[in-house]
Design a protein around this ligand. Structure first.
Ligand code: BGC
Length: 492
């Protein structure tokens, strides 16, 4: 009865003239996403090794809202069968999940393989396949084996080597079940949060230096894994592989030429820093120029931006079979300074020379998600045109609220509007976007926000030892969208 009401009700609520009435194209893939540390729990069970976020949450509980950690999280390590049933009932075509590196390689290195960890993922992947759900597998979603962190983590190029070896193990054991691989999740968030602003583990503020080293090591690590897959596994396993890059849309705050230029510079520093080397070759020119100019004026002997050799540029360029895009909001960008102004301490924000704000009228319940569907459409078009028309898969998008309410009308509104913008990008702008993935299937451990921000289509009771799952209204609504391939009462 309840489901019946929701089906009839939702199209009326959001069925206004601004929503696209086009049908999602044949073959379009709907999915949801999670990540190992955010849902699995079992942090030290069955031989799993310690990783960065275990260490960070245990050592600095004060850095996480209410001192939470992911020791148990959604307990998906034990409840994975229930999760797959929930996915099956939802009707998704794909499920994006990540492998915990230290669950299969407790020390991060291939000299010690944990069979129990391998078995866990084989069971999950096999069961997904048996239920006609395509696994989309991320190799790294922020849970770096602790020893690699202790050796400098993403600022040490050796991490790229160990990541490549780990990826080979993953392709070898799991490749039979996986047709879509993602090497690394959101290097921008890792590098900015982990090594510049300090807002994510390991919480370092290596201003103006750490972020660029981290970007360099990420891009190398990705390319190595890509080539291993390409040379050793692709012919037999016939899958595809890429990286997931995250970015909000950067909209110029005004029509002034300075702000318009600043917005483009922002895109190059946030999105282009990671996408350029992989899709076009080398860093964006404006990043090379700005950091070189400022480094020199600051008295550095060389640019703070690591340089690629020509051999590396060629090795990295073209290492993606599609474009995995994560996005949540839009920012308004203004000009702040020219490259040769405000010289002092090294600073990534000053390297960009931009400042960022949001329009207070944009709907939002947490500071980092705003409902701006036109920004999403512009971002899709930009990525498509800027990076040589890649196939785009939206690998994460979703709405965060603080209450976790089951009657999550705001989440439905946000996703409806974003899916409508996606249809416009596809039909009106000709963008080849072939999939959409809601973050997240379950409410889960939301990094430094602990369990205080909720993004799931399914509520998880974190007070209950059983971690009871209850589908929200948005779950039933999304189920209907997947079934009808349509956002309004009747589609063309
Ligand atoms: C990350 C997820 C995270 C989500 C919401 C993305 O940055 O990939 O792990 O939970 O955004 O914050």
């Amino acid at each position: 009865m309840f489901k019946f009401i929701v089906f009839l009700f939702i199209p009326c609520v959001f069925g206004d003239a601004t929503l696209s009435n086009r049908t999602f194209p044949d073959g379009f893939s709907f999915g949801t996403a999670t990540a190992a540390y955010q849902i699995e729990g079992a942090w030290n069970e069955d031989g799993k090794g310690e990783q960065l976020w275990d260490w960070y949450t245990h050592t600095y509980p004060d850095k996480i809202d209410l001192g939470y950690n992911g020791d148990v999280a959604c307990d998906s390590y034990h409840k994975w069968q229930e999760d797959i049933q929930i996915l099956k009932d939802l009707g998704v075509q794909h499920y994006r999940l990540s492998i915990s590196w230290s669950r299969i390689l407790p020390n991060g290195t291939v000299n010690n393989i944990n069979q129990k960890g391998i078995d866990y993922y084989i069971n999950v992947l096999k069961t997904l396949k048996e239920n006609n759900i395509e696994p989309m597998v991320t190799l790294y979603h922020w849970d770096l084996p602790i020893i690699l962190h202790q050796m400098g983590g993403w600022t040490n190029p050796i991490t790229a080597e160990y990541f490549a070896e780990y990826s080979r193990i993953a392709f070898k054991y799991f490749g039979e079940y996986v047709k879509t691989w993602i090497t690394l999740n959101e290097p921008q968030s890792t590098c900015w949060g982990g090594y510049d602003s300090g807002s994510k583990a390991p919480g370092y503020t290596l201003a103006g230096l750490g972020l660029y080293e981290c970007a360099y090591v990420h891009v190398l690590a990705h390319a190595k894994a890509y080539h291993i897959y390409d040379n050793e596994f692709r012919a037999q396993q016939k899958g595809r592989i890429s990286i997931v890059i995250d970015s909000p849309w950067a909209e110029a705050a005004s029509n002034s030429s300075e702000d318009v230029e600043a917005a483009q510079t922002e895109r190059e520093f946030v999105l282009g820093l990671y996408a350029n080397p992989i899709y076009l070759g080398n860093w964006p020119q404006v990043v090379i120029d700005n950091v070189a100019t400022r480094s020199e004026l600051e008295g550095f002997a060389q640019s703070r931006l690591p340089q690629f050799t020509q051999e590396q540029i060629d090795y990295i360029n073209g290492t993606a079979d599609f474009f995995g895009l994560n996005t949540y909001g839009t920012n308004l960008i203004s000009h702040l300074n020219k490259p040769n102004e405000n010289i002092g301490v090294p600073n990534y924000g000053l390297d960009k020379g931009t400042s960022s704000s949001v329009d207070p009228s944009w709907p939002s319940d947490v500071p980092w998600v705003h409902q701006v569907p036109w920004g999403f459409r512009k971002l899709l078009k930009y990525v498509y045109e800027q990076y040589n028309h890649p196939e785009i898969i939206v690998t994460e998008n979703g709405w965060a609220d603080k209450t976790g309410t089951l009657t999550d009308i705001d989440r439905q509104s946000y996703i409806t509007q974003y899916l409508s913008a996606l249809l416009d990008a596809y039909y009106e702008d000709g963008v080849n976007v072939t999939g959409y993935t809601v973050w997240s299937l379950l409410d889960n451990f939301e990094w430094t926000n602990g369990y205080t921000q909720k993004l799931g289509l399914v509520q998880v009771d974190f007070e209950d030892a059983n971690r009871t799952r209850t589908p929200k209204d948005s779950y039933y609504w999304f189920q209907n969208v997947i079934k009808t391939k349509c956002l309004v009462e009747e589609c063309l």
